[in-house]
Ligand binder design. Structure first.
Ligand code: PMP
Length: 373
């Protein structure tokens, strides 16, 4: 009798740590029946894109040619705007690429990547992608708890991700808390401060992350053109930090990772700070108005969490559930972000849109809250 041979493995086998990843789930951009809806689910800029950037796109001459691999002009403009050394700036295909390669450069199998519970959903993916273990520190009423983060550091911790302001919660820690977090970390732990929403924070509340990135040997700050610059579709992010860290990221980023049109539009957008200021002012005013409207629904169990970003996370603890509100808003023509996959089935995140959109959403929520017992 012939012994049965073990069946050969019939297809390529992914690494265990890749198999363990749950893919990033973007917000829906259409209703359940496929109808297009007004999208307030991805924290995009309701004012669109700077007119100067749109013009710059029209000037792009020859897209048969590769872009500048080093995005020199764009880096120089960012350096001038923020008082940084251009040699300490690296561009990414969105800040997303930079989060991934920061984890990849500094963490691997056997290491831990730490972040706060309800942190940005890419962090666990970035950790797993390089074989490291994602570790969540407890939150403090949905916000960042510096003591809990520091308590969760182990000898295996290599990277700490902190989104400030955080998505999806909108929570924010100020300069002294961020300094305390940094001071409490070993110097061999890389602190990545993800400032995707930094431009929405009032200047007086600046968390000092860029100052840390200029002076500390273990702080990397990431930023994006996807939010206040209104260029999410172009996929442009950047990071600044110590020369040694920027050098590592440059080694492993995509060689032509910002497109020709992306570089042209990004440059024009940086040079149009009036658009940035108008977007920040719009957001401040509309967010305050929306939060005030939501606070009137407190007796129905709706609680807007404090936000420094261009969205508000609402906790639902009354008869009207977050899921029912999500479906009801979809019926009213709006797509928002319900977050059961992130451990927040009781919450809905709504991007700040135009005044008309925010009025319509507040009206729809009030009607639903009042009619649900
Ligand atoms: N960080 C945070 C906190 C975000 O919310 C986002 C976008 N959702 C990103 C990073 C990534 O943005 P992008 O890749 O478009 O720069």
């Amino acid at each position: 009798q012939t012994a049965t041979r073990a069946a050969p493995i019939a297809c390529p086998q992914p690494k265990d740590w890749i198999r363990a990843i749950h893919a990033y789930v973007p917000g829906k951009s259409a209703g359940l029946d496929g109808q297009p809806l007004i999208k307030l689910s991805a924290n995009e800029n309701p004012l669109g894109t700077s007119g100067a950037a749109v013009e710059a796109r029209a000037q792009v001459a020859n897209t048969a040619l590769y872009p500048d691999p080093d995005s020199k002009d764009l880096r120089a403009a960012l350096a001038a705007l923020h008082g940084l050394d251009p040699a300490r700036i690296v561009m990414g295909t969105g800040s997303d690429e930079l989060l991934h390669i920061a984890a990849q450069a500094y963490a691997g199998v056997g290491d831990e990547v730490l972040f706060v519970r309800y942190g940005f959903s890419v962090y666990p993916i970035a950790a797993r992608r390089c074989g490291a273990t994602p570790v969540e520190a407890p939150d403090c009423d949905y916000g960042t708890d510096v003591d809990a983060l520091l308590a969760a550091v182990t000898e295996r911790t290599r990277v700490v991700f902190l989104a400030n302001p955080n998505n999806p919660t909108g929570s924010y820690i100020g300069r002294s808390e961020l300094a305390r977090l940094h001071a409490g970390l070993r110097p061999d732990v890389l602190l990545v401060v993800d400032q995707a929403y930094a431009e929405y924070v009032a200047e007086k509340d600046d968390d000092g992350a860029l100052d840390l990135a200029r002076s500390a040997a273990n702080v990397l700050v990431t930023r994006t053109f996807s939010k206040i610059y209104g260029l999410a579709g172009e996929r442009i992010g950047w990071a600044t930090g110590p020369v040694a860290v920027i050098d590592m990221l440059n080694r492993i980023r995509g060689p032509f990772n910002v497109s020709l049109t992306g570089q042209a539009m990004g440059l024009a957008a940086v040079q149009d700070q009036a658009f940035v200021q108008a977007s920040a002012a719009h957001n401040r005013a509309e967010r305050a108005r929306f939060v005030a409207a939501l606070e009137q629904l407190g007796n129905h169990g709706l609680r807007p969490l404090p936000s420094q970003a261009n969205f508000v996370l609402i906790e639902f603890s009354g008869a009207l559930t977050a899921e029912a509100a999500y479906l009801g808003l979809m019926d009213a023509g709006y797509i928002t972000r319900w977050l059961p996959g992130q451990g927040l089935p009781q919450c809905l995140r709504i991007t700040i849109g135009t005044p008309e959109q925010m009025d319509a959403i507040a009206t729809a929520l009030r009607a639903m809250a009042q009619s649900t017992r």
